[in-house]
Design a protein around this ligand. Structure first.
Ligand code: 6R9
Length: 658
């Protein structure tokens, strides 16, 4: 983010205090801040007992003796699936709708009550147990946004089997490496899902990921969603519905220790290989449920909640499955894209299902802005009472549009900062307490100690910027990088002494409220999805015609950042590219190659063929300068370049249309 944008942001002085009626009924209160400040551990112990049912109560809250490896509620035992399903049925809420499922094809909707879920998770757990899955075994889940995705995750949790959900947009290669890394025994997938009005196959990617026979996978469970033709490996593949029908309907959840891993989720880091972030059961569940209650203000008896994320990302884990279901909430789950079959689809769903709480991403909001406000205006959205934002910084313009056009100028907005690693919301307004400012994530929630520090790790004064850090362990913090404890320490706990380094830059305004400015490392944020520059560079370089590649995230009005790649061709390919028309063909080929290696979301918006890349004397690519080019700016300081004429060459190439 340029200094100019930063200055603009900090001139934002509008504030929106909570409406009194909202404050009067809100779950989050000012008292919680002072309670947490008085005794942080006692505060979290209270939330743990309030929001979660323990089969064995804990006596210890935090064990930080092996820092940075934390243990929370360590001698307690619980089951996450029991908390998300069974206990609501036991409490007499079995008839409450858990999921209003809305498929992408119009009219393809169904409701699942907590009773229905209870039956499904028990059968699914038995089906998995029949395939040999027990406590500690890992299961990979590669599904579209259908209720079976939540059922599969919960069934794993019921058995104490950590799941690893792989986003359906990832390629066979990405799936393969994730399956390998967790040594999954079973993969749960579907024939396909509906995407932009047509069935889109998923199973072929699983087949391709497993074709070399080098994985730990024994069985593949296949949900029938689209009914499309599917290749079948007889001794490996089973239909989900057949396995479920054949399974018993009673299953006793396995209690696990609070620190037992609940799931692994891969996220891009600064180096090539994605990190398997893993979370422990107890602390994670506590903070998901607490934040969903006080930040989204979920009232399970009356609200209809809708988080538009995909289950393949952490937001789907925490705020579709584990948070809302632990609270016993009613929610919408939508399979498709916001513009299928028309650009008002979201608002039609809000109207039809009487959604009261909407949680979405700035990239979606900016897209809706682009489509125009006459589209939402066609629908009755008076059921909405709270709006949330997550995934990247929200520009004040988008915040104001969201408030006015979607929220009818009456709904508080919570801009929630957190990460795959933090597991749950860390910085956000409490909607009944905080006077929110458009574009600011505001303050750490009760029980969290976040700060902005300078290079030396000193807290910066109000009005200054620096790095976002977390100063004390929190219940839903990652417990490590799967199979790589050193990488955990190195990535998060070595930049500053005794502080968690989030990788984001931030600024404190005159009131001490936090404005998150985006990543300071080489991680891009495209439509709220984290992508690593290095990972995409590696994918490009794996193409036979590419010699070298540098990837930068350039500011994009819609997606936040867009992937821009600078590529040096291998000599043989250079001549080919010089032939008329060949260059554009090659660019298309390279874009598709990235999609195949990583997934369509990683496809560069732009690929520029260049002769040289700007490098420092130690050989580090200076991405900062390439970002200047990609964003059509005057190129910055080039004095540390090994060869300062390189930038002129690149710019010449660009203006020549290269
Ligand atoms: C939940 C999620 C984490 C990164 C994070 C930051 C960015 C997320 C934000 C935000 C500004 C917000 N981010 N929420 N930036 N304001 N409200 O998105 O997790 O995919 O791991 O991404 O996203 O840069 O470091 P994840």
């Amino acid at each position: 983010m340029s200094d100019q944008t930063l200055e603009n942001l900090l001139q934002e002085t509008r504030t929106f205090p909570p409406p009194p009626e909202f404050a009067a009924q809100a779950n989050g209160t000012a008292e919680q801040y002072s309670r947490a400040a008085d005794d942080r551990e006692a505060f979290w112990a209270e939330q743990a007992r309030r929001y979660v049912t323990w089969s064995t109560d804990f006596t210890q809250v935090l064990d930080w003796s092996e820092a940075p490896f934390a243990k929370w509620f360590a001698d307690g035992e619980l089951n996450a699936c029991y908390n998300a399903v069974d206990r609501h049925v036991e409490a007499g809420h079995g008839d409450r709708v858990a999921i209003h499922f809305v498929g992408e094809p119009e009219g393809d909707s169904r409701d699942l009550t907590y009773n229905d879920l209870h039956v499904e998770v028990q059968r699914a757990a038995n089906a998995l147990a029949d395939l040999g899955i027990g406590k500690g075994d890992t299961v990979a889940i590669y599904l579209p946004m259908i209720p079976e995705a939540a059922v599969a995750m919960l069934a794993c949790a019921r058995l104490g089997a950590p799941h690893s959900v792989v986003f359906g947009g990832f390629s066979a290669e990405a799936l393969h490496s994730r399956i390998q890394d967790v040594q999954a025994k079973v993969v749960i997938t579907a024939d396909g899902g509906y995407r932009r009005g047509k069935p889109s196959a998923l199973k072929p990617a699983v087949d391709a990921a497993l074709e070399h026979g080098d994985t730990s996978v024994e069985k593949v469970l296949v949900v029938r969603r689209t009914g499309q033709d599917t290749d079948w490996t007889d001794d490996r593949d089973l239909w989900w519905h057949e396995a479920i029908e054949g399974a018993r309907a009673e299953h006793t959840p396995t209690p696990v220790e609070a620190e037992h891993p609940l799931f692994v989720l891969y996220t891009s880091g600064t180096t090539g290989k994605p990190k398997g972030i893993f979370h422990a059961t107890g602390g994670y569940l506590v903070q998901c449920a607490y934040t969903n209650a006080v930040v989204h203000d979920v009232h399970p008896e009356t609200d209809v909640y809708w988080c538009t994320a995909d289950i393949g990302w952490v937001t789907g884990h925490s705020y579709i499955v584990y948070g809302p279901m632990t609270l016993g909430a009613t929610q919408v789950m939508y399979e498709g894209t916001p513009d299928t079959p028309h650009q008002g689809r979201y608002w039609e769903i809000v109207q039809d299902k009487k959604v009261s709480i909407l949680y979405t991403a700035p990239t979606a909001i900016r897209t809706f802005m682009k489509w125009g406000e006459d589209i939402p205006a066609k629908f009755d959205m008076s059921s909405l009472r709270l709006l949330g934002s997550v995934g990247e910084p929200i520009n004040p313009e988008a915040w104001m549009w969201y408030r006015r056009v979607i929220g009818g100028d009456r709904c508080p907005i919570v801009d929630t900062w957190w990460q795959t690693e933090t597991g749950a919301i860390m910085i956000s307004a409490l909607p009944g307490v905080t006077a929110a400012k458009p574009g600011s994530a505001m303050r750490p929630i009760p029980g969290i100690t976040a700060d902005v520090v300078d290079d030396a790790g000193e807290s910066v004064p109000n009005g200054s910027g620096g790095y976002l850090v977390i100063k004390e362990p929190w219940p839903s913090m990652l417990r490590g990088v799967w199979g790589d404890p050193e990488r955990y320490k190195e990535t998060y706990w070595s930049r500053f002494r005794d502080m968690y380094f989030a990788g984001d830059g931030a600024k404190k305004d005159a009131d001490g409220d936090i404005w998150v400015l985006g990543r300071v490392d080489d991680v891009m944020n495209v439509s709220g999805h984290r992508l690593s520059t290095t990972e995409i560079e590696s994918a490009l370089v794996s193409h036979p015609k590419v010699a070298e590649a540098a990837v930068v995230g350039a500011t994009d009005a819609t997606t936040g950042q867009a992937v821009c790649a600078f590529v040096i061709l291998r000599q043989e390919a250079v001549q080919e590219a010089d032939e008329p028309g060949e260059g554009t063909e090659l660019v298309a080929e390279l874009r598709n190659h990235v999609a195949k290696e990583i997934g369509p979301i990683a496809k560069p918006r732009q690929i520029m063929i260049v002769q040289e890349l700007p490098k420092t004397r130690s050989g580090k690519i200076m991405r900062r300068l390439l970002r200047d080019v990609a964003e059509n700016r005057e190129v910055g300081d080039v004095t540390t370049l090994a060869d300062s004429s390189v930038m002129d060459l690149i710019k010449e190439g660009m203006s020549a249309g290269g």
